[in-house]
Design a protein. Structure first.
Length: 274
């Protein structure tokens, strides 16, 4: 029986590259994306199945989880790769700051809703984080980013990636799945195209600062297929190197537990989901 991978944010970039590489290795791939045309195109190209979800709407996440659980008896990999950088503060359809919803609350909710299937499958959960986690401390009392300047979205983006790392650690503590987070590197994708800073950096460097999508996807693929990762569940990788550099607030076990509980309340999930 083929292993099953669910990859969010798989309609382009490192998600699409990872989908193709896992499919070539014999995996059945659920290609999750927001854009219907691109998502279906990638799914068709890798022989996978397309699933549509807009992380601006938590109802889409609930529907996605239900569709995946109905379609697959087992899931061997959940790659929480969707997310992004937003240049100005805005609210989602659910009334939450969009960066924290896209990068943390939506993947948190999807993982929690799929947890019975994931645990029964001895699955791995891999979250796409970032070295941007070092930019600013997380404030659990201000996840909605109401009390600090937005500054082009970089600080909220970095804090959302601390949330990814903390969630990974707490998922490792609270469940039987193996959970890891990783920084892919600065990848040549559509990431951050709305950011003036990113556009300037790409323009002056001629794009030479970026690595390829294949290079960026390599840690994700490695964490998916390696028989043994060789480090404890909950570890954050910088590329292929374990124990990457993190902000001090990303190493706070009490903060990880509190973030889990606050996130559960925000997305209206009991604990545990069964």
């Amino acid at each position: 029986m083929s292993k099953v991978a669910v990859i969010t944010g798989a309609s382009s970039g490192i998600g699409a590259n990872a989908a193709a590489r896992l499919a070539a290795a014999g995996w059945e791939v659920a290609v999750v994306g927001r854009n219907p045309e691109r998502t279906r195109s990638v799914a068709e190209s890798v022989g996978g199945t397309a699933f549509l979800a807009d992380y601006d709407r938590l109802d889409d996440v609930r529907a996605l989880a239900a569709s995946l659980a109905s379609r697959y008896e087992r899931i061997d990999l959940l790659a929480n790769n969707a997310g992004g950088l937003l240049p100005s503060r805005g609210l989602s359809a659910d009334g939450y700051e969009r960066t924290i919803q896209h990068n943390h609350l939506a993947p948190y909710m999807l993982t929690r809703l799929l947890l019975p299937v994931l645990e029964a499958s001895d699955a791995r959960v891999v979250g796409t984080a970032s070295v941007a986690n070092t930019f600013s401390p997380i404030r659990l009392t201000d996840l909605q980013w109401q009390g600090r300047p937005y500054l082009g979205g970089w600080r909220p983006y970095g804090v959302s990636k601390i949330a990814v790392i903390l969630f990974t650690q707490e998922l490792a503590r609270r469940s039987s799945v193996d959970a890891y987070a990783f920084h892919p590197g600065y990848v040549a994708t559509n990431f951050g195209t709305e950011s003036a800073f990113m556009r300037f950096g790409n323009r002056v460097s001629g794009g030479r600062l970026a690595i390829s999508t294949e290079q960026g996807a390599t840690p994700l693929v490695h964490l998916a297929i390696a028989e043994s990762v060789g480090v404890p569940s909950g570890t954050y990788f910088d590329g292929l190197k374990p124990n990457g550099r993190t902000h001090r607030t990303a190493r706070d076990a009490a903060a990880a537990a509190e973030l889990w509980d606050r996130s559960a309340a925000l997305v209206a999930l009991p604990d545990p989901v069964r």
